[in-house]
Design a protein around this ligand. Structure first.
Ligand code: AP5
Length: 204
């Protein structure tokens, strides 16, 4: 069993690129952000505990995230590894992950901070399929525009706090994985399709 980690700041394009990686590797996507949002919309205990952190753009406590991951990795489709998206995000999460599964590659999508706010504030989601669009960089087809939604934490104010959490708590993980020799850096400041092609080259 060997997993891949998609790493990068908020709005780097992790969710956008996950589809191509899943198609190429057959690994299922495990997005802690998506799992937390699902828990929140179901009103579970975990979702309610996570809510205030997510809305403030702060990281949800490690113990809650690790419980979520341990449960997810017990599922049958995770037997041969998964594609982690947005996890791990702290050194403690990375160390805990190393004890439960092998990570073969960490794909770091690098995007300058000045691009992030525009990407996040312009992001829209198809409420039916979960497909990710952008009002400028990836406009949705006209016929689905009525069902586009915006994430509650995709505001300019919250994204600044998410970026701060990224720089202080998550970015240090790059060194952690560089030391293990498995960090692969990708220029995320190019067209979506060019980012995809750069990632696919890593996977062949
Ligand atoms: P999460 O859902 O993981 O959010 P995030 O890390 O902030 O990442 P995003 O989903 O915002 O960005 P993305 O990189 O997937 O970008 P996307 O492809 O959508 O986490 C949300 C919250 O949950 C956290 O703040 C925290 O509270 C909590 N949480 C989650 N995991 C946690 C953990 N492990 N520990 C603790 N707390 C946790 O792209 C963004 C936009 O840009 C889209 O509109 C897209 O169309 C566009 N775009 C993508 N690529 C390009 C490109 N190359 N050029 C132009 N536009 C592009």
């Amino acid at each position: 069993m060997s997993s891949i980690v998609l790493f990068g700041p908020p709005g780097a394009g992790k969710g956008t690129q996950a589809t191509a990686i899943m198609e190429k590797t057959g690994l299922p996507q495990v997005s802690t952000g998506d799992m937390l949002r699902a828990a929140l919309s179901k009103g579970t205990d975990l979702g309610l505990k996570a809510k205030e952190y997510m809305e403030a753009g702060k990281l949800v406590p490690d113990e809650l995230i690790l419980l979520l991951i341990e449960e997810r990795l017990k599922e049958e489709d995770a037997e041969n590894g998964v594609l982690f998206d947005g996890f791990p995000r702290t050194i403690l999460q990375a160390e805990s992950l190393a004890k439960i599964t092998e990570v073969s590659m960490v794909i770091s999508i690098e995007v300058p901070d000045e691009n992030i706010v525009e990407r996040i504030v312009g992001r829209r989601m198809d409420s039916k399929t979960g497909e990710i669009y952008h009002i400028k960089f990836r406009p949705a087809p006209h016929e689905i525009k009525h069902r586009l939604t915006q994430r509650k934490d995709d505001t300019e104010e919250t994204v600044r706090s998410r970026l701060n959490a990224y720089h202080t708590q998550t970015a240090p993980l790059a060194d952690f994985y560089e030391d293990l020799g498995i960090l692969k850096k990708i220029n995320g400041d190019q067209d979506i399709v060019d980012v995809t092609n750069s990632i696919i080259e890593l996977l062949v």
